[in-house]
Design a binder for this molecule. Structure first.
Ligand SMILES: *Cc1c(COP(=O)(O)O)cnc(C)c1O
Length: 427
């Protein structure tokens, strides 16, 4: 029984029996892409949150062309090149104080694998080889490779199928206190985290978290105070703190990095999605001196044994440099603030939406907004319906969200939120 499709392309997360032919995208400009049919769709998701400058940004396109004429690729084993060196210096400059070392890889999942291996080997090199487990949070999503699946939410996550295949790690409850919670409200989240650390710290190398915004696991928006408390607990229990800023990095929560809201430096931080403005896959795992210096030593075991073929790809590094330059020169944090204002006004402050029987909660943080429903069925067909309205929406489970490109203009942002609301209120 084969699917009734003509293309051999196997699509991600697709049910082969019920999927329909995917529309073919032939181009894009700004916040919109164009289909072969001639339809133009306003992208509310900026292609899984990475196309932060929208499509066909002239400066990014020019950067690829220029770099392609100079050097498309060379191995980073034993060699280096200007874009890799310059980007590493730039990432050290813009990330929280103390993250001084940059390990490149080719995707967010691999960037997290690098972080996890680094954390385990760090403890091993310090003679603490019992610390070889990771502590993760419920509702977490860290990627689709085996190591990453094992630290995704073990119940709601789509990876429960592989439970028998994966290593077992301890989990702490997902934080519940919202972004603007009072310290007392965050205290019980931190008490729960402490309790798990007290029980498991002797075997835990690192605490992993998506700071402030647990994205694919249901857009759970949490408090900066939780990050501060987690930092203190990690120091107390000799556990490294790893921030997975693959989704939150580069402005998504309203600051350059989620860590900036809390003034916290994690020991290891992972960047990907927005890193290249989405134009090529790439990732960076940053580490502090403390982590890095543990690898300075005389034995063969001191080498960090990881090296993806495409790490530090010159095209990707050059794109990332251009992306960062545009971000800073064109005041993207200001643009994100404007988007946030529109998202609050049109979604958060909509009284009708808040009391709609299908709606459990509406949340907004930075350039991210979500309408959480009670059941997945509440969103059945929303993607097709939105397409008829000229908007590309792709919910995750019970969550109808937007993470627009930062160049999305107010008129288009309002168009996106009015279509999201209309699904509930005016269909
Ligand atoms: C998307 C995502 C990943 C995985 O990145 P890929 O590039 O898809 O491998 C990891 N962590 C978070 C928080 C993500 O949102």
């Amino acid at each position: 029984m084969t699917a009734p499709l003509s293309s051999p392309v196997w699509h991600p997360y697709a049910h082969l029996k019920t999927q329909r032919a995917a529309p073919k995208v032939v181009g894009g400009e700004g916040p919109r892409f164009t289909l072969g049919s001639g339809e133009t769709l306003l992208d509310a998701t900026c292609s899984w949150w990475c196309m932060i400058h929208g499509y066909a940004h002239p400066r990014l396109v020019a950067a690829i062309h220029e770099q392609a004429g100079e050097l498309c690729h060379v191995m980073l084993g034993g060699l280096t090149h200007e874009p890799a060196d310059r980007l590493a210096r730039e990432l050290v400059r813009v990330t929280p104080e103390g993250l001084n070392h940059v390990f490149y890889s080719d995707s967010g999942s691999v960037g997290m694998e690098v972080a996890m291996k680094m954390a385990v080997q760090y403890h091993q090199l310090r003679g603490k080889s019992a610390k070889h487990r990771l502590l993760s949070l419920m509702k977490a999503y860290h990627g689709d490779t085996a190591g990453c699946m094992a630290v995704c939410d073990p119940e709601e996550g789509m990876h429960s199928l592989f439970a028998g295949y994966l290593p077992h790690h301890p989990f702490a409850p997902a934080p519940t206190a919202p972004f603007d919670a009072e310290p007392e409200a965050v205290a019980s989240d931190l008490a729960a985290l402490r309790e798990v650390l007290e029980r498991h710290h002797h075997k835990v190398a690192a605490l992993l978290m998506e700071p402030l915004l647990q994205a694919a696991g249901g857009l759970n928006m949490t408090s900066p105070l939780y990050l501060r408390g987690a930092r203190e607990l990690c120091d107390e229990f000799d556990v490294l703190l790893v921030f997975d800023e693959v989704a939150t990095g580069f402005g998504r929560t309203g600051r350059m990095f989620a860590a900036d809201h809390a003034d916290v430096t994690p020991d290891i931080m992972v960047l990907s999605k927005g890193l290249t403005g989405g134009y090529l896959g790439h990732a960076a795992t940053l580490a502090t001196d403390r982590v890095h210096d543990a690898f300075v030593g005389d034995t063969p075991e001191h080498a960090f044994m990881h090296g993806p073929t495409f790490m530090g790809n010159p095209l990707a590094c050059r794109l990332a440099l251009e992306s960062l330059a545009v971000f800073e020169e064109e005041d993207y944090l200001g643009k994100i603030e404007e988007l946030n204002r529109v998202l609050r006004e049109t979604l958060l402050e909509d009284v009708e939406l808040a009391v709609h029987p299908a709606v459990a909660e509406v949340r907004v943080l930075g350039a991210t907004a979500v309408i959480e429903t009670h059941e997945t069925a509440d969103l059945a067909g929303v993607g097709d319906w939105a397409r008829e309205q000229g908007v590309w929406l792709r919910p995750i489970g019970r969550w109808l969200y937007t993470m627009p490109a930062y160049i999305t203009e107010e008129r288009d942002m309002r168009r996106i939120t009015s279509v999201m609301k209309a699904w509930f209120l005016r269909r």
